[in-house]
Design a protein around this ligand. Structure first.
Ligand code: GUN
Length: 280
C-alpha cells in the first residue's frame, strides 16, 4: 500500500506558520478575488480562498460580477485595484465566460500583485528561468508536498497529463528547474499508457478518471490534480485510487491531497507578495 501524501495536514501546518508570519508583519496583506458568473464549483473555491485568508489574518474581498459583465468593467476595476496601495494581491478566478478575453484580463494585473503568477510577465519570468513574483499555486503546492515527503525530483522522469496554463505548463517548467526529465501528455497524445508507464512521478491534471493500475509502473509517485463529483455525489480524482494505490510508492488522495496544497500556496503567495512589495 502506497504512502498517502497528506495535503490537508501539510496545509494546516503551513497556515499555522503563516498566521505567525502575518501577525509579525508591518501591515496587513489584502487579497481581492474577482469572480465572474455563478459556476457552483468556482463559488466554492472563491469562498474557500476568503475563508482561509481570514483564518490567518489576511484581509480578503470577493468582487462578484454577473456572467454577462462587459470586459471593460473588469479592466477598469483591475486598474483601480492595481493603484490601490491597500490591495496587495489580485486574483481573477478562472474560467471566465467565453466573451471575455482571458489573456487581456490577466495581462492587466500588475505583476507585483499577480498572486496566481498568471500574467504574461510572470509566466515569462518563469519560462526564462528567472524568479516570478509568484509561482502558480497548484504547481507550487505539488512541489511543496513532494518535498515534505523527501521525494527526489532531480533526474526523475516526470510525466504530466494535461497542458493547461494553470497546472501542466507551469509545473513542467518548475520540474525542469528542479532537473527532472519532463514529458507533457494531453488529449491528443497517442499511446498514453506507454508513456505514463515510464514515469517515476506521474501528475494527472486531465480532468476525468483515466489513470488505471495498468498505466503506471511499480513504485511510481502518483499526484492526482483532478477533482469531480461522481454520480453518487462522492468527490473523485483522475486516478483510480483503490487499484493504483496498491502499486504506487506514494499517492495523493482526492479530496485531501493537491486541493488543500493549492490553498496553502495561494496564502504563501499572498504573504510573499506583501513582504516583497516595494522591494523589487
Ligand atoms: N481555477 C482553477 N484553478 C485556479 C487557480 O489556481 N487560480 C485561478 N485564478 N482560477 C482557477
Amino acid at each position: 500500500m502506497a504512502v498517502i501524501l497528506d495535503g490537508k495536514n501539510l496545509r494546516d501546518k503551513i497556515l499555522a506558520d503563516l498566521k505567525c508570519r502575518v501577525a509579525a508583519l508591518n501591515g496587513t496583506p489584502k487579497l481581492v478575488v474577482l469572480s465572474v458568473g455563478d459556476d457552483p464549483a468556482s463559488k466554492i473555491y472563491v469562498n474557500n480562498k476568503k475563508k482561509f485568508a481570514e483564518k490567518i489574518g489576511i484581509t480578503a474581498e470577493i468582487i462578484e460580477y454577473p456572467s454577462r459583465v462587459r470586459q471593460e468593467i473588469l479592466l477598469t476595476d483591475i486598474n483601480v485595484l492595481n493603484v490601490d496601495p491597500t490591495v496587495t494581491a489580485i486574483l481573477v478566478q478562472l474560467p471566465l465566460p467565453k466573451h471575455i478575453d482571458k489573456l487581456e484580463i490577466l495581462s492587466a494585473i500588475l505583476p507585483e500583485k499577480d498572486v496566481d503568477g498568471f500574467t504574461p510577465y510572470n509566466s515569462g519570468l518563469l519560462f526564462s528561468g528567472a524568479k516570478p513574483y509568484a509561482y502558480p499555486a497548484t504547481p507550487r503546492g505539488i512541489l511543496r508536498l513532494l518535498d515534505e515527503y523527501n521525494i527526489e525530483i532531480d533526474g526523475k522522469h516526470v510525466v504530466i497529463v494535461g497542458r493547461s496554463n494553470i497546472v501542466g505548463k507551469p509545473l513542467a517548467q518548475m520540474m525542469l528547474n528542479r532537473n527532472a526529465t519532463v514529458t507533457v501528455c494531453h488529449s491528443h497524445t497517442k499511446n498514453l499508457a506507454d508513456i505514463t508507464k515510464t514515469a517515476d512521478i506521474l501528475v494527472s491534471a486531465a480532468g476525468g478518471k483515466i489513470i488505471e493500475e495498468n498505466m503506471i509502473k511499480q513504485n511510481c509517485v502518483v499526484v492526482d490534480v483532478g477533482i469531480f463529483r461522481d454520480d453518487d455525489g462522492k468527490l473523485r480524482g483522475d486516478v483510480n485510487f483503490e487499484t493504483v494505490s496498491k502499486i504506487a510508492s506514494h499517492i495523493t488522495p482526492v479530496p485531501g491531497g493537491v486541493g488543500p496544497m493549492t490553498i496553502a500556496s495561494l496564502m504563501l503567495n499572498t504573504v510573499d507578495l506583501f513582504e516583497n512589495s516595494g522591494k523589487i
